[in-house]
Structure formats: C-alpha cells, structure tokens
Design a protein around this ligand. Structure first.
Ligand SMILES: Cc1ncc(COP(=O)(O)O)c(C=O)c1O
Length: 386
C-alpha cells in the first residue's frame, strides 16, 4: 500500500505554461521551428560582471553555508540600491536574501499569516501566489480587475472583500505579470494606508522594477513601514537560474523570518550571492536589455492588430502583453495549442492567470530578440489569413 498524498498538495494547480513549453519542445524535437512568446524570462545570460564574480568566487572561496539572512555585503548592497533608486533609507537589517522571489513568498506568508487567513490578490495575476497560498492553507481571495483600473486592486474592491470577511493580507504586483500594468505612486500609497489602517499585511511584488516603459515605479517601502517587499535578480538582472532574490521586511518580521529560513533553507546559494552582488555594477548592460524589450513591445503593439489581435493591454513595464481574444475563441488553451501547432508561435493561455475569465485571454512575452518578434507577427498574420 502506498502512503497517503496530502489534500494540500492536490489543491495546487499545475502551471499551464509548463505544458505549453513541453508542447513547444516536442514540436522542435520533431523538426519544427517555434517562436517562444510563452517564456517568462529574459533571453539573455547573467551580466558579464556577475559571471566574472562567480568565476572569481569559485577560485577563491570554498562556497560553504553563509548567514541565513544573506551575505552581509549583499544585504548592504541591496539597502544601497534603495538609497540610489528610490531615495529611501532602508537598514540592511531589514533586507533578507532569498532563493529567488519564489523562496521569499512562503517565508513572507508564513511569517505574516495563520492557516485559514484570507489574502486578497488581483485576477488576473501570477498563478504561484494562489498556489503557494493554498499549499499553506491560506485562502486566496480574487479581486476581479479590468483594463479600466489597469488590472490592479483598488481600495474599493479591498473594502468590499474585507466587509464580506476580514482579510489578513493583500498582494500587489506592479508592474504586473501577466498584464504589464502598474499602480501609480498615489494608488500604492492609498492601498498601503488602507492596509496599515486595517491591520492587513501588504505584500508588494516588485520583481519587474527596472523594466519600465511608462510611468515611475514606487517601492512600498517608500510609503509604508509595515509592507513586505518581494524582489529578485531574475528579471531586470537577467539571472533566473541563479535563484536569488530578496525581501525587505518590517523590523518585527526579521526574526520570525530568520527562524523560518534557518530551518527551511539554511542559506541561499553562496555562489549566486557573489554573482548578485556584482550584478549591481552592470547597469549599462542591463539597461540595454530594457531598450530591446521596449522596441519589442512597440513592434508587437504595432504589428499584432493587423493579425486580428487588436485588443491588447499596452504594457507599462515587465515583458508581457495581455491580449483579449474573446472575440476569436472561448477556449484560450485550444487557441494557443492551435497557434503553436499551425503557426509555430507559442503563447500562454490566460487560464493560468485568471481562472474565471482566462478562457478569453492570452499572454504574449516579448523577452526574446527583436527579430523573433518580427517573425512572430509575420507568422501570426499568415496563420490568421488562412
Ligand atoms: C510576478 C512574479 N513574481 C515572482 C516570480 C518568481 O520569480 P523568481 O522566483 O525567479 O524570483 C515571477 C516569475 O515569473 C513573477 O512573474
């Protein structure tokens, strides 16, 4: 007799984009070519300075465990980043290095919430929030959003959800995955004020900061003393596989998170921390990626409407365009499968991001090369003409 399988693990949904990636790989293995607009990661490696630092560390250091909260030099460098980028003083004591931002979420959630607590989040949104919450026996409360509110939570929607049954937390992602939309500074401040006044923990996912085309990014640390900020070296810093990110937490959460991370992880990969420290010196190289993303975004926004994909959310940041395809299909999964099989273009069906309305949407990632974006537009146009 096999042992049991937990109900909590069965409540966790698969990440459908992974299925799309597998189908794309199968097509390529069979000799087909695929333009990858489904991937949620930079197409570039870690910056040269980070790679050089990693090589040097391999030669000079034994790469053992380091402090659970992160290498002191990296925590200090991240604190300096807040001074440089947001003109805000953050004590290095409040910075916690994590195994990607993915490693930060369970720490932040476990330190802030008890089983059964309700945590609000925008729909559409990044699917792992809901899945990590449910694995931890927390209730994800969808706040349905629309293009009118830039797919971001509003104080009115929060109040409504809180009246139904009190909330313990709110997750905000700006720029957002999958919509690329942002909250303004005033909106973020209002959300934080509401959270602080109602004893609701604000979790601000700032992983796409640095990849911005319109408007300014505000960090929640600028407008609240109680928010938890989640960030990562994966996106702007182009270091997905290094699995390194960080949290900025209020003083009262430092020790609870330290206890959790000591036990869960011991420490974050040491080699990656050396590389991450040097990545802050690669601004020119990294900003060049952002220029390419902008060119890609402009190319798709101009080219896709002629292929019938004309209900597009203009991305203010990140590298995603969220497309409403409800006039073309009522099954985005099938639509994406056909586009992959017949046009050789892989995209992500919206059901990953919005369980209620995602059958009519899809996410287009423009993290690849500009030549790939040109080819994608050409292929989708030819496919739609058939
Ligand atoms: C909004 C958002 N948050 C967090 C993550 C997790 O990234 P990582 O664990 O690589 O930092 C992703 C990855 O795509 C994301 O899109």
């Amino acid at each position: 007799m096999a042992g049991k399988i937990s109900r909590r693990s069965e409540a966790v949904d698969p990440f459908i984009v992974m299925d799309v990636m597998a189908a794309a790989a199968a097509k390529e293995a069979a000799g087909g070519t695929v333009i990858h607009l489904e991937v949620g990661q930079p197409s570039t490696p870690a910056p040269r300075a980070a790679l050089a630092a990693a090589h040097a560390a391999l030669d000079a250091d034994r790469i053992g465990y380091v402090a659970a909260l992160g290498m002191p030099a990296l925590r200090e460098r991240i604190a300096k980043h807040y001074r440089e980028t947001y003109k805000t003083e953050v004590s290095p004591e409040r910075v916690i290095v994590t195994t990607g931002s993915s490693g930060g979420f369970p720490l932040a959630f476990l330190a802030s919430f008890d089983a059964g607590d309700r945590v609000a989040l925008a729909a559409p949104g990044y699917p792992a929030y809901r899945n990590i919450l449910s694995a931890l026996h927390l209730e994800a409360v969808d706040l349905p959003t629309s293009q009118a509110d830039r797919f971001q939570p509003t104080v009115a929607a929060l109040e409504k959800a809180h009246r139904e049954k009190p909330l313990a937390g709110l997750i905000v992602a700006s720029p957002s995955n999958p919509t690329g939309t942002m909250v303004t500074r005033a909106e973020l401040a209002a959300l934080c004020q509401w959270c602080d006044a109602n004893h609701v923990r604000m979790i601000s996912d700032e992983i796409y900061h640095g990849i911005v085309y319109e408007g300014e990014t505000t960090s929640a640390v600028e407008v609240s003393d109680h928010a938890v900020v989640v960030n990562s070296f994966s996106k702007y810093f182009s270091m997905t596989g290094w699995r390194v990110g960080w949290l900025v937490v209020p003083d009262e959460l430092v020790r609870p998170i330290e206890r959790l991370t000591q036990n869960f992880f011991i420490s974050v990969p040491t080699l990656s921390q050396y590389a991450a420290l040097a990545a802050f010196d690669a601004k020119d190289e990294l900003d060049a990626h952002v220029h390419r993303y902008r060119a890609n975004r402009d190319l798709l926004m101009a080219g896709l409407p002629a292929a019938g994909l004309d209900r597009l959310t203009p991305a203010q940041g990140a590298f995603y365009i969220y497309a409403d395809v409800s006039h073309l299909t009522n099954d985005s999964r099938d639509f994406c499968q056909r586009m992959l099989a017949e046009a050789g273009v892989a995209t992500t069906p919206g059901v990953d991001f919005d369980r209620a309305r995602g059958a009519g949407t899809l996410r287009i990632s423009f993290a690849g090369s500009t030549a790939e974006m040109e080819e994608a537009v050409r292929r989708i146009k030819a496919w739609r003409k058939k």
